[in-house]
Design a protein around this ligand. Sequence first.
Ligand code: ASP
Ligand code: MG
Length: 334
Amino acid sequence: MSEKQVVPQESLGIIGDKALEMPKSLEQLSESEIERKRCISRVMTHMLKYLTGEFMNKGFEWLLPAIFSKSTDPLWPDPGASLEKRIEVEIYGETVRTTLSMIIHKMVACSLVHPKLFILSPNVRIEKRERANTGINAYEFHQLDFEVRNATSEDIRRFVDEIICGSISSLKKHMNDELLCLEIYHSLKVSEKPFRVYDREDLESKYGKDWEKQITFEVDDPVWVTNIPREFYDFEDFESGKWDNYDLILPKYGEVLSGSRREWEYSKIVRKLERDSVKKENYKLLLKLAKEGKIKPSAGAGIGVERLVSWIVGAKHIGEVQLFPRIPGIVYDL
Ligand code: ASP
Ligand code: MG
């Protein structure tokens, strides 16, 4: 264990062990609180303009999200997942699920249509209600989710280093009034590139099972963690047991991005679905395409928009950066 800082077991988040004040809904805010919300929204607008602009400059196609599909991310097995409920509804006599992430759509679209694509998509993850207290979980959030045919993990990480640093420089240049109003202009700094890369196994030997919490509170700059055992679509080398995947961890705010090089071989996908007890019938199209050799090697990731903005503005709770908060266990009118 690190002697530097021990964080509470229950929470991975900005609050430590104190009870966290939950964000208010809009009509309860004072004038100055409204002003703060306005500045945060303006920072988010600029952030999205910068990031989507960078994707388009680099030749990515911008796709619109799907909400209900037969296949979505299983979010299993995933050390970070904690769902209270999975939403399945019937439409036209078929069972569909709300989007947990656009990963399956990305793999198919990237293989068949666009070699470089991104989607700004809502993800509905009904997190356990205790997660209200982490301060970093919302039951609806948005990912800037992207995928690149034939890319390596290193390509994706370098690209993300660029756009995260670039977005902060751009905010400092164009949003100085808002950053001053939020009292973060002087403390907001552009980290050095490339961000450091850690192997999860090394972190586990140093910190134990709690490595993610510990590293989150120990670093001052974003860092990469690679080789994390999780969902079937992340590439796993069966011989070495290493996973060619990555998370980007933000100081105090935790994982803001996860991604990987993808599995594309039918036999490996089937073997992993069976091993993880994930229902094959929920991935029929992906399996059919993989069997026909139509799924192409790719790599990608998804950036959690609200969490990224929370880190930039130093939000007390992720609900603060949502005009209409989506906090686990709390359902507001809007
Ligand atoms: N966006 C992730 C990816 O590209 C999937 C996830 O949400 O974990 O792998
Ligand atoms: Mg994932």
